[in-house]
Design a protein around this ligand. Structure first.
Ligand code: C2E
Ligand code: CA
Ligand code: CA
Ligand code: CA
Length: 277
């Protein structure tokens, strides 16, 4: 339905007849959600696989709407993308993450780092890097405190333009991660051509970690290290999975076994525990 055409009116009517009223309500409520103060970032720790020490947080968007309640980003991000709302939402996320970083740094948590998810449409904007730079400057946040997470499908749309933007981000000190690695169709061939700092191995590999998943995680980890890339293993849910990842040589882990995404006050417990001496 969403690909029906550029004609908004036709798409609207199409949706009116075919979408559930809940879906229709979601579309309607998403507009202006940021302005109404309904968005919040939660922060999920990424920790050293061996020591458990905090390395950084991933900022994950949460939407609480008076009518709809809590809506998962898996539901509303795709809607935001088709409705042309993802750019202002992405800019809100970047500002909110920088505001939080500024507050944490000012409170003495100078080691606080945050990565944000950036959608293809936002990354494709010609002035994407300039807007990242401006947001960092406005909030007085050093580039090295920020990372952006991008998917393969985002980056391969225009490889040359993507690498130019990645290089410009690196010049600001901003780190880059290839998110959901292993879910694309031709990941390995692009690895040498996409100039990111980090690979995030998709959590689908965790489900089969004791079999093929494990062999793949080991192979990807070794390959990444040979290419001087850091590796984050996503979706670590059990102690057993963590032990396996450790044995396979993973450097950084993220997942419910360590922590769910947390509101600011709870995330700060991780910052306190990791405060440099
Ligand atoms: P993602 O970028 O791959 O983020 C990781 C997702 O996995 C998060 O879901 C997180 O809560 C979940 N997760 C973390 N550890 C575990 C685990 O151990 N087990 C399981 N089953 N899940 C785990 P969340 O927050 O619902 O976000 C879903 C997706 O929505 C994200 O996937 C990302 O693609 C998108 N998203 C979230 N926030 C933003 C945002 O600010 N901007 C954009 N563009 N996309 C976002
Ligand atoms: Ca991500
Ligand atoms: Ca991911
Ligand atoms: Ca994802």
């Amino acid at each position: 339905a969403k690909q029906a055409g550029r004609n908004t009116h036709r798409t609207f009517q199409h949706d009116w007849h075919h979408q559930s009223s809940a879906q229709f309500e979601l579309d309607a409520q998403l507009q202006g959600a940021a302005a109404r103060g309904e968005f919040e970032l939660h922060y999920q720790p990424l920790v050293d696989a061996r020591t458990g020490t905090l390395r950084s947080f991933e900022a994950l968007l949460r939407w609480h709407n008076p009518t709809l309640g809590a809506v998962s980003p898996a539901q509303f991000i795709p809607v935001a993308e088709t409705r042309g709302l993802i750019v202002p939402i992405g800019e809100w996320v970047l500002r909110a993450a920088c505001r939080q970083l500024r507050a944490w740094h000012a409170a003495g948590y100078t080691h606080a780092r945050v990565s944000v998810n950036v959608s293809a449409l936002q990354f494709a904007l010609p002035d994407f890097v300039r807007s990242v730079e401006a947001t960092l400057r406005t909030h007085g946040v050093p580039g090295h405190a920020l990372a952006v997470e991008l998917t393969e499908s985002t980056l391969i749309q225009d490889l040359e333009a993507s690498n130019a933007k990645l290089a410009a981000l690196h010049a600001l000190g901003v780190r880059t991660a290839l998110d959901d690695f292993g879910t694309g169709y031709s990941s390995l061939s692009y690895l040498q051509r996409l100039h990111v700092n980090t690979l995030k191995i998709d959590r689908s590999f965790m489900q089969a970690i004791d079999g093929r998943g494990g062999a793949l995680v080991r192979a990807i980890t070794h390959l990444a290290h040979d290419l001087d890339l850091r590796v984050v293993v996503e979706g670590v849910e059990t102690a057993q999975q963590l032990r396996t990842v450790q044995a396979l040589g993973g450097d950084t882990v993220q997942g419910y076994h360590v922590s769910r995404p947390l509101p600011v006050a709870q995330a700060e417990a991780f910052l306190r525990a990791a405060r440099p001496a």
